[in-house]
Design a protein around this ligand. Structure first.
Ligand code: XUL
Ligand code: CO
Length: 437
């Protein structure tokens, strides 16, 4: 096969002083941060759907992407060739993982059987390329939102046959994810939500979604797929309201329907923004509930209210992500998955490298900063001090269940008022954070 990126060498670490735009200044895969290599901390993953399938269209104009390796057809051969190109790209970039949807690696056929055959033909190439390069599948997923059969949703469709087709599609996607040694499988809601409540039976739809996920858990058990399941919160787009709106809504849903032990969360920065939260908030919600699984790394635009999926370059953001991640013990099966796309104006193949290099460096830099903050312990110390009243005496008794409303009333009647508050020191803490950047 002719090289797709002949002018690009393997991207190397050249250090923070490097002025080479095609080199890493912070991501040094083998370098250890706190006893673990950056490769193992960050587990970078490239997404197939944006990097190799997004034509860079927007609502006002068609795609602009120039991809010389494409032959312009939707054939299986073109898909197989594209898969080889993807691995050439990833090998040069040096990311250890990737992720895909069934329908972005292989074309959808005229019926389910043909779609499955197409997928098998491309999976064969993916498997060969994984073996050749050592690049692994972080997670697989199924596209349950593009085809018109899913216009009302998939698992939450009022049409039970759309549910049935989606079940068959996920069954196959799980088979191939297992065959490729995938470390996880992600459910993003797609169109699982509503546009209008007058025509929606919300309770029934939520029950169907739970049933669908239970079927997936059962099938995974049946075939011996031991990868981690994830659910990916997003509040809107394409529907007006998505049921998996944010981390808290997902946790509530998983607990209500007995799924909390089977799924963790795959959090995405731009989805957090759309939900009116920071990614830091979402990571803390998931982390404190024990379901912080993986992250879809990207960023939105402060002035645009939609899911722009830009590559993350903001060190403050990546530091927050990595601080929370380290605090909750790091990734087990998940990774930093770049669910991000280059801008419509960045149409050349080399822009795919610039985008990923920037994202990887921003996360590696954030990791080093977060680790330094932790090792230093100043922030942790200030936090401990802030809650010190709970560590002994009355606070400790309340936490351990030794006090009641009646006993607390007695204490406060005797004291007359609570002890004075201490300053939250927000500005001092924000200044402290800046000293590590
Ligand atoms: C959509 C989105 C998806 C999921 C996988 O906003 O983030 O690409 O990550 O289906
Ligand atoms: Co995503």
């Amino acid at each position: 096969m002719k090289a797709a990126f002949p002018e690009i060498e393997t991207i190397r670490f050249e250090g923070p002083e490097s002025k080479n735009p095609l080199a890493f200044r912070h991501y040094h895969a083998d370098e250890k941060v706190g006893g673990k290599t950056m490769r193992d901390h960050l587990r970078f993953s490239v997404v197939y759907w944006h990097t190799f399938r997004n034509p860079l269209a927007d609502p006002f104009g068609p795609g602009t992407a120039v991809r010389p390796w494409e032959d312009g057809t939707d054939s299986v051969e073109n898909a197989q060739n594209r898969a080889r190109v993807a691995f050439e790209f990833m090998q040069k970039l040096g990311n250890p993982y990737y992720a895909f949807h069934d329908r972005d690696v292989a074309p959808e056929g005229a019926n389910l059987a043909e779609s499955n055959r197409n997928l098998d033909a491309v999976v064969k190439v993916l498997k060969e390329e994984q073996q050749r390069t050592g690049i692994k599948l972080l997670w697989g997923t199924a596209n349950l939102f593009s085809n018109r059969r899913y216009m009302h949703g998939a698992a939450t469709s009022p049409n039970c046959e759309a549910f049935a087709f989606a079940a068959a599609q996920v069954k196959k996607a799980l088979d191939v994810t297992k065959e490729l040694g995938g470390q996880g499988y992600t459910f993003w809601g797609g169109r699982e939500g509503y546009q209008n409540l007058w025509n929606t039976n919300m309770k029934r739809e939520l029950e169907h979604l739970a049933k669908f996920l239970h079927m997936a858990v059962d099938y995974a058990k049946e075939i011996g797929f031991t990868g981690q399941f994830y659910i990916e919160p997003k509040p809107k787009e394409p529907t007006k309201h998505q049921y998996d709106a944010d981390a808290a809504a997902c946790c509530n849903f998983l607990r209500e329907y007995g799924l909390i032990d089977h799924l963790k969360l795959n959090l995405e920065t731009n989805h957090a923004t759309l939900a009116g939260h920071t990614m830091h908030h979402e990571m803390e919600v998931a982390g404190s509930s024990g379901v912080l699984g993986s992250i879809d790394a990207n960023t939105g635009d402060m002035l645009l209210g939609w899911d722009t999926d830009q590559f993350p370059t903001d060190i403050y953001l990546t530091t927050q992500c990595m601080y929370s991640l380290l605090k909750y013990g790091g990734f087990k099966t998940g990774g930093v998955n770049f669910d991000a796309k280059v801008r419509r104006e960045s149409f050349e193949p080399v822009d795919l490298f610039h985008a990923h290099i920037g994202g990887m460096d921003a996360f590696a830099h954030g990791l080093k900063i977060a680790h330094a903050m932790m090792a230093d312990g100043k922030l942790e110390g200030l936090l401990k001090e802030r809650y010190a009243s709970w560590d002994s005496g009355l606070g400790k008794e309340i936490e351990s269940g030794k006090q009641s409303f009646k006993s607390l009333e007695k204490i406060m009647l005797e004291k007359g008022d609570a002890a004075p508050n201490r300053s939250g020191r927000q500005e001092m803490i924000e200044n402290l954070i800046n000293t590590y950047l």
